[in-house]
Design a protein around this ligand. Structure first.
Ligand code: ADP
Ligand code: ZN
Length: 311
């Protein structure tokens, strides 16, 4: 990405989440007009709502130059594929093989349309305007309805074969933990153990309401630490940003949640990776997003602006 030029152009942005679609128009976080629609089970309907809202904004603020989309996945990111810009196989009702880019292109036929995973988009947002400013190797994670990770490696977003699906990594079980896990594909994968719905299935209450002393937080932070140690071992990121609703950690609170994760990640790495960043400086290694819940949509803004650079 550092090889591409981002222009401060007026663009449209769509962040498609499992629960809601966030739409925005602007040139960056400081001047965003923003709205939300429930994702629902009818992709055509929410995409029509999104594009109509962008078109209304365009009438008020002037012509958009591009549109950027960050979508929940799995998605097809291969521009040569017949299903480019679609969500692929998802258990989410109505969304299997849903075309995301098509309706946006139809609504804005003359504009470049950028398409990324939601977490890669959020990583780009934090890279330009947030806690990863100028860091060309880092990971952005969301722990919410699902778990996902986006990675910038040497300044480039990782796609590879499909795109990373860090949330579905498999972890050793904590001693005494018999929770079956909530992933439709893997049961107790990381997402199956630690997403918001997994916490709710484990405890019988919404994640927001789980008490500070509930053992669910001990398991939650233990598994997250194992996953962060794995991510650190595989990708050697210079920083890990954790966004998503679960990081607010119910009655435990965000501060305490990050404190436990840092401590347990440090313990999991066990001094093997010789960097002060993973020891005394771990407070700056594992951090929340500066853009908070706008990281994804701001990233979609930046991706749209990057799509203007045709070199
Ligand atoms: P999405 O993943 O749909 O984009 P979020 O990142 O907000 O949206 O994640 C929603 C999940 O986060 C839900 O499972 C919800 O229970 C959980 N959540 C939201 N707020 C909190 C909170 N304060 N503490 C713990 N969990 C929360
Ligand atoms: Zn899974």
């Amino acid at each position: 990405m550092p090889t591409k030029k981002r222009e401060d152009a007026l663009v449209g942005a769509i962040e498609g989440g499992g629960t809601k679609f966030v739409c925005a128009v602007g040139t960056g976080p400081h001047d965003l007009a923003r709205t939300e629609f429930p994702t629902g089970d009818d992709p055509a309907r929410v995409l029509a709502q999104a594009t109509r809202w962008l078109q209304r904004q365009e009438r008020e603020r002037g012509n958009l130059r591009a549109v950027g989309i960050g979508s929940f996945g799995p998605v097809d990111l291969n521009p040569d594929s017949a299903t480019y810009g679609h969500v692929t196989a998802t258990p989410k009702p109505g969304w299997n093989n849903a075309d995301i880019v098509g309706p946006v292109r139809d609504a804005f036929p003359s504009l470049p349309v950028a398409f990324e995973t939601d977490v890669n988009a959020a990583a780009v947002g934090e890279y330009y305007w947030g806690n990863a400013a100028g860091i060309s190797d880092f990971v952005y994670l969301t722990i919410g309805t699902g778990i996902g990770g986006g990675a910038l490696v040497g300044g480039r977003l990782v796609h590879g074969l499909i795109h990373p699906e860090m949330g579905h990594m498999l972890l050793p079980r904590a001693t005494g933990d018999t929770f079956a896990g909530a992933c439709a594909y893997h049961g107790p994968c990381w997402e199956g153990l630690c997403s918001g719905p997994a916490l709710a299935a484990r405890t019988g209450v919404r994640a927001e309401e789980i008490q500070a002393d509930d053992e669910a937080w001990a398991y939650e932070t233990e598994y997250i630490a194992l996953a962060l140690a794995n991510i650190t071992s595989v990708l050697s990121p210079r920083r890990i940003i954790i966004g998503g609703g679960v990081r607010r950690a119910g009655r435990l609170g965000q501060e305490q949640f990050f404190r436990l994760i840092r401590e347990k990640t440090r313990r999991a790495v066990n001094d093997y990776l010789a960097s002060a960043v993973l020891k005394d400086e771990i407070e700056g290694y594992i951090v929340p997003p500066l853009l908070s819940d706008n990281a994804g949509v701001c990233g979609a803004v930046a991706l749209a602006q990057l799509a203007l650079d045709t070199k």
